[in-house]
Design a protein around this ligand. Sequence first.
Ligand code: NAP
Ligand code: ZN
Length: 346
Amino acid sequence: MSNTKGYAAYSPSEDLRPLDFDRREIGPKDVKIKIAYCGVCHSDIHFAHDDWGMTQYPVVPGHEIIGHVTATGSDVTKYNKGDLVGVGCLVDSCGECPSCKDDLEQYCQTGMVLTYGSPDPVMGGVTHGGYSTQIVVTEDFVLRVSDKLDTKAVAPLLCAGITTYSPLNYWKVGKGQKVGIIGLGGLGHMGVKFAVAMGAEVVMITTSPDKGKDARHLGAHEVLISIDEEQMAANAGTFDLLLNTIPVQHDLNPYIPLLKVGKTMVVLGASPVDLHTMGLAFGRKSVAGSLIGGIRETQEMLDFCAKHNIVSDVEMIKMEDINTAWDRVMKADVKYRFVIDMTAFQ
Ligand code: NAP
Ligand code: ZN
């Protein structure tokens, strides 16, 4: 076992504070990673605040992990000491069910092991994530990362990246399609970059008029202010796909008229929504969900990013400043992902 320093949530209402804990011994298929950077996802905050009613404390959040391999088990074949690697939201799954066999480990039917907050089969308690100095993960859930990209800006690809790439891929976004990304935060800014790289006409749909310039800088062709009813009406019936990243409970109904007949809004945000189904019926429209992505697709996304030179726009923070950073995420005041510099916390 190896002693690890981290920052943990101890209850839904307290600030995060330090936790010392042990990582498991390296098993034959395990890779040990010294964490260099970890992104700050809004899901970390939902989980720590027990928004989903499933949190066991203490728990160390963090599932946008980049680091270097420091040791490998005897049967590891894919990685060597010194390799630059990533770990996302999953660290294991059953490997046997139809979803796992289809490379959709995120939909494992017997329950995948989340990077943090899942019962830990080896150490007891719950799994602990990347707001920590090191992690031990089975090699099949470790991703290869190109060292051509800015490493610290790669970290958010492990969640914000794959969560937006996967639905854009699944709904076959490309040239000739108009795609709307709702909410310019961590997920939203990656959604814009990917949809642009895939050749779509991309519209940033935001509540914050002052983010308009940034959205264009990120590649969006147009900006639509969602609180402006005239602008919303002018865009009715024009979208082939909407990705909704709003993190709080909200009313979906004003967004549904934006879709063309037969098209889909994918809700990625993890809070309840209000929806009147008649808005869908008039136009045979769909509202869908989507959860991160499987390991194969996550590797494909990382390779796509290396090819197209895509990374996240990040603001670096120290581990000790995490509580201030979370307050700013809650106020939608981040451009566009905080990343913790774990090299300064050893
Ligand atoms: P984030 O960085 O906080 O960004 C969310 C953005 O939504 C904000 O920047 C803001 O953009 C907009 N927004 C915030 N409050 C709003 C409100 N009251 N009404 C309308 N828009 C609002 O969050 P994130 O890390 O991108 O995560 C977004 C959501 O996705 C979270 O709920 C997270 O848990 C979830 N998530 C889901 C998955 C999945 O697999 N499905 C994976 C990761 C995260 P504007 O200022 O532009 O309006
Ligand atoms: Zn996340």
